[in-house]
Design a protein around this ligand. Structure first.
Ligand code: SAH
Ligand code: DHB
Ligand code: MG
Length: 217
């Protein structure tokens, strides 16, 4: 029926089902497991992407045949390992992290996963680092997962630095449920959505906190 919200039906949020599909499709080997559990061990916030989102990121990177990728927000390197594994042998990921403790832990986890030669953890504020990175572009993929009030600026940078057909992914696109609030972060995240929809073929996948996916036109 046209006036009925098709999303209002049964939702399958059974944790046992989520555990099952993660186990079947998104299982960890030692390197991924070590990076995934690192925040708890290494006194960092456990705010890495979920296992299925990490796996989706990996597959999306492969689907666009990405060789050069940029990540904004490294934390302990879990999503960086997912991305780097999807790149070819001569591929490269630049991942930006503002906290030196996080960058140090990430470098360790990335090296333990055997990816040190493919990944450069760049220490600094993304707003300062991104213009410098442009010389390595155009890029095939950009993953945004850092300070939410700057997603609009990161999205604009991605629209400029990606090749046509390049992949944009943004985590926390629901802004922890605050996307529609009139706060600076809410306004910035809505600009991110609207400008992405204008420059990319895009969708916001309703993961627990929303995952914006786009291909640059
Ligand atoms: N992508 C990671 C999680 C990132 S959490 C994963 O899924 O494994 C967000 C990270 O962004 C934190 O480590 C935080 O320190 C970093 N960050 C926040 N603001 C930043 C900025 N302006 N520049 C670079 N990194 C930033
Ligand atoms: C936070 C940041 C994230 O990127 C995330 O996925 C979850 C939480 C945070 O800053 O609290
Ligand atoms: Mg996130």
């Amino acid at each position: 029926m046209a006036d009925r919200d098709s999303r209002a039906g049964t939702r399958y949020y059974d944790p046992a089902i989520l555990d099952y599909v993660e186990k079947v499709h998104a299982a960890h080997d030692a390197g991924l497991e070590s990076a995934f559990t690192s925040p708890d061990r290494d006194k960092m916030p456990a705010i890495q992407v979920g296992k299925s989102e990490g796996r989706l990121l990996e597959l999306l990177i492969r689907m666009v045949g990405a060789r050069r990728a940029v990540e904004v927000g490294t934390l302990a390197g879990y999503s960086a390992i997912r991305i780097a594994r999807a790149l070819p042998a001569d591929g490269r990921l630049w991942t930006i992290e503002v906290m030196s403790e996080h960058a140090e832990v990430a470098r360790r986890n990335i090296a333990a996963a055997g990816l040190a030669n493919k990944v450069e953890v760049v220490l600094g504020d993304a707003m300062a680092v991104l213009p410098d990175l442009e010389k390595h572009g155009p890029f095939d993929a950009v993953f945004i997962d850092a300070d939410k009030e700057r997603y609009d600026q990161y999205g604009r940078w991605a629209a400029r630095a990606l090749r046509p057909g390049g992949l944009l992914v943004g985590d926390n696109a629901f802004l922890f449920g605050n996307l529609l609030q009139d706060t600076p972060a809410g306004q910035a995240m809505r600009r991110f959505h609207e400008e992405a929809a204008a420059a990319f073929d895009s969708v916001c996948v309703p993961t627990p906190d929303g995952l914006l996916v786009g291909l640059k036109r």
